[in-house]
Design a binder for this molecule. Structure first.
Ligand code: SAM
Length: 205
């Protein structure tokens, strides 16, 4: 049968990954306070990608309350991996640290407080995996830092590339010879927003 199912969005809502009580609580907090988090589908995708690639050194740009960070850290746990996550709001960083203790992951995560581009300029790699989820106008200026810090063969995963502010980033990475990239337009239940683009980019040079 080549016919599509009716009501695809409500159909796929039935396959949202299961979460534990801590993640459900963070989702409720995010919803109540209007904190934009990746939600369970992209969270699970981060877990799967980090686990499947055997990533050990991970960098996250944009921590908020640590929801996506927990998925990254759980993904890299068997490889004894570590996540460095960057957040410019001290209050968010403090809440994230508390959540990492609650998740039993505090030893695997370092939160650095500051503006992501400035912090990256002072960092050295190589990282195996970078997850970018900061203000969209910073995506393009962050790209040279990501290229420098990511190993060849490393993965740059970027959220919210359907936002107007990500347009210059999308064009630049698509044109660059250093990256092989795909943009996925998806229906992402409980993601902020639920219809958005994700960028997966492999550093090849
Ligand atoms: C979309 S939220 C991150 C959500 C988180 N990744 C998750 O899914 O659980 C973006 C966070 O990055 C922080 N942020 C935005 N731009 C930033 C920048 N240029 N440098 C550092 N932090 C930034 C914001 O304060 C906010 O907490």
């Amino acid at each position: 049968m080549s016919q599509m199912m009716d009501h695809l969005e409500s159909y796929f809502r039935g396959f949202v990954p299961r979460r534990d009580e801590l993640l459900l609580e963070l989702e409720r907090e995010a919803q109540t306070e209007g904190i934009p988090i990746v939600g369970p589908l992209v969270g699970e995708l981060l877990f799967i990608l980090t686990r499947a690639t055997g990533a050990v050194n991970l960098l996250e740009l944009g921590t908020a309350i640590g929801y996506s960070t927990i998925h990254l850290a759980r993904g890299c746990l068997p490889a004894l991996g570590r996540v460095t996550t960057l957040e410019w709001e001290e209050s968010m960083a403090a809440r994230a640290r508390t959540n990492f203790v609650r998740a039993g992951l505090a030893r695997h995560i370092e939160v650095r407080v500051g503006e992501a581009l400035q912090l990256m300029a002072e960092m050295s790699g190589p990282f195996d995996f970078i997850f970018m989820d900061i203000d969209k106008e910073s995506y393009l200026p962050a790209l040279p830092h990501c290229r420098r810090l990511l190993k060849i063969g490393g993965l740059l995963f970027t959220d919210n590339v359907g936002f107007a502010g990500a347009d210059s980033f999308n064009r630049e990475i698509f044109a660059a010879a250093d990256w092989r990239t795909v943009n996925l337009l998806g229906f992402l239940p409980l993601h902020s927003p639920e219809q958005d683009g994700l960028s997966l980019a492999l550093r090849v040079k």
